[in-house]
Design a protein around this ligand. Structure first.
Ligand SMILES: O=c1ccn([C@@H]2O[C@H](COP(=O)(O)OP(=O)(O)O[C@H]3O[C@H](CO)[C@@H](O)[C@H](O)[C@H]3O)[C@@H](O)[C@H]2O)c(=O)[nH]1
Length: 497
């Protein structure tokens, strides 16, 4: 990752904690004309929340801003997340990565495991997530110092709404912020409606499980203290969005027109800017890591043999119980389909002899793989997903139909959008009673997988997602709706001071 040319001409010396990578800038040749051009660009500081699903799309935004030469970009992260961020920014070599360490090397707070610097490392208790979110505010002095020392003058901070304290800190320094929150527009609109009409139901869930929002379903009787912490977190992140200069949303007009319109007419300001799907902004990796390369080779062989493959991945945040994973294994085995399963956690026990029995038609991968690159491989015919928004957006962008299995947070809403409204997927039937998830049996996994890959509903979803994927690419192309939204959003920032 390279230092932005203008960082080298910084008026002030970077503070010692600002560990910046250095390498030759790749996008701009280092000559006076390009330096002058760069100096006229707004300087966008991007600060993602420390969770993969929140960080990945913002690295893609950084790629886009640089490739289109719309802004100079500085990307903030913590030392524990820096290697992941640098790998994701590979190819955007003139984006400066600035590391902000926690005061004691890592956040020390009850409920947060020692050394955890990303949400995926938390235990599965209800209290640890809001505790971690709050603990990120320990970075505030480092963040303020970074804003004061990076050069040129910061035009805007794009910060995740979970980093509500960063929004407040930037505002106190007179720096405008754009909010980002990784969800789609429909989920944000529904959140607003619920908060207005019935705030308690919005966060706790009621008889109708589709009303569950912000709390993972599997908690039988949520601890009132933990719930209060979640409500408080939600209030703060809502305020961060409301106080922002604009709202960056990873969606596109043709997919969520009515929700974008609703937000901009009835909820905003801030104005929502649909600038996605951001995964399409990422350059294809020239040399994928070995785990991904192995999947690609396996998929190549499947294509050569004329066989379509089901991809199975249940996200990075949902802790799927062991008993559930063995049912998934059972369902995949019984389906008779060829499948590629990116299993989490990496040491999951899938049942005795499972991998041997499915060898040849099923591949199980336990490392981190490049999901979007895999989805774009022509060999995939379907994706069994938990319905995390990044996964849905990536599947749409790759034109792969979904079997959506909502597990918590806003995933039931994403399922409604994908299955009922966009008709790009089919639903896994989840037995649930009053906020408690019951294990989905192998029968249901096998049924839905076969329907997706060989049934009429799957065929219809495949046709619809192919058409929507084409619209996604159109939105991101020069002159497309997302292309213009990004230009307009950055244009509103004006010239740097
Ligand atoms: O081996 C892996 C595993 C994951 N991914 C990527 O990781 C991201 C995962 O994001 P998502 O599909 O949204 O899943 P989660 O990280 O589990 O999502 C959390 O964050 C999302 C955005 O806020 C919400 O929509 C979800 O409900 C919430 O669980 C995607 O970009 C995947 O491509 C990989 O590239 N390789």
């Amino acid at each position: 990752m390279g230092m932005v040319p203008i960082m080298a001409t910084s008026r002030d010396k970077p503070a010692p904690f600002l560990a910046m990578a250095s390498a030759a800038p790749a996008c701009f040749p280092s000559n006076e004309a390009s330096d002058a051009h760069a100096a006229r660009l707004p300087h966008v500081v991007i600060f993602p929340f420390m969770a993969k699903g929140h960080t990945i799309p913002l690295t893609q935004l950084a790629h886009l801003l640089r490739r289109r030469q719309l802004a100079t970009v500085t990307f903030l992260t913590t030392p524990g997340n820096a290697a992941f961020v640098r790998a994701a920014l590979s190819g955007a070599d003139d984006v400066a990565v600035v590391e902000l360490p926690f005061p004691d090397g890592h956040p020390i707070i009850p409920g947060v495991p020692r050394g955890a610097e990303c949400a995926e490392a938390l235990d599965n208790s209800l209290s640890s997530f809001p505790a971690f979110v709050e603990a990120t505010s320990l970075l505030r002095p480092r963040f303020e110092e970074a804003l004061a020392t990076v050069a040129p003058h910061v035009s805007v901070v794009v910060a995740d709404a979970f980093l509500y304290w960063a929004h407040a800190a930037a505002a106190a320094l007179g720096v405008p912020t754009l909010a980002f929150f990784a969800l789609n527009m429909a989920a944000h609109v529904m959140r607003e409606v619920w908060l207005r009409d019935n705030p308690a139901a919005a966060l706790v869930g009621d008889e109708d499980d589709d009303a569950v929002f912000a709390i993972p379903i599997p908690y039988d009787e949520p601890d009132p203290t933990a719930l209060a912490a979640i409500r408080e977190m939600d209030r703060k992140l809502g305020k961060a969005i409301a106080d922002s200069h604009g709202f960056v949303v990873n969606t596109f007009d043709a997919m969520e027109h009515r929700y974008i319109e609703h937000w901009n007419r009835n909820v905003g300001p801030p104005r929502a800017w649909p600038v996605g799907p951001l995964c399409l902004a990422r350059p294809s990796p020239t040399t994928p890591a070995e785990a991904t390369a192995a999947c690609m080779r396996w998929l190549d062989d499947k294509v050569a043999a004329g066989r379509g493959v089901l991809y199975v991945a249940l996200g990075t945040m949902m802790a799927v119980a062991g008993a559930q994973l063995t049912e998934v294994a059972d369902g995949l085995e019984r389906s008779g389909l060829d499948f590629l399963w990116a299993v989490r956690p990496a040491d999951a026990d899938l049942g005795a002899g499972f991998e041997e029995r499915v060898r040849g038609r099923g591949m199980v991968v336990r490392d981190w793989v490049d999901q979007f690159a895999i989805l774009r491989h022509g060999g995939l015919r379907g994706f069994l997903s938990h319905g995390g928004w990044n996964s849905v957006a990536e599947s749409v962008s790759a034109g792969v139909p979904l079997a959506v299995w909502p597990m918590g947070v806003e995933q039931p809403l994403n399922t409604k959008l994908a299955v009922d409204e966009l008709r790009i997927g089919i639903r896994v039937v989840v037995p649930a009673k009053r906020g408690t998830l019951v294990v989905v049996k192998g029968d249901e996994i096998a049924r839905v997988a076969k329907e997706l890959m060989t049934g009429e509903m799957g065929a219809e979803a495949a046709r619809n997602v192919a058409a929507l994927g084409a619209k996604a690419r159109e939105a991101m192309r020069e002159g497309g709706s997302s292309w213009r939204a990004l230009e307009e959003m950055i244009g509103e920032l004006g010239q740097p001071a």
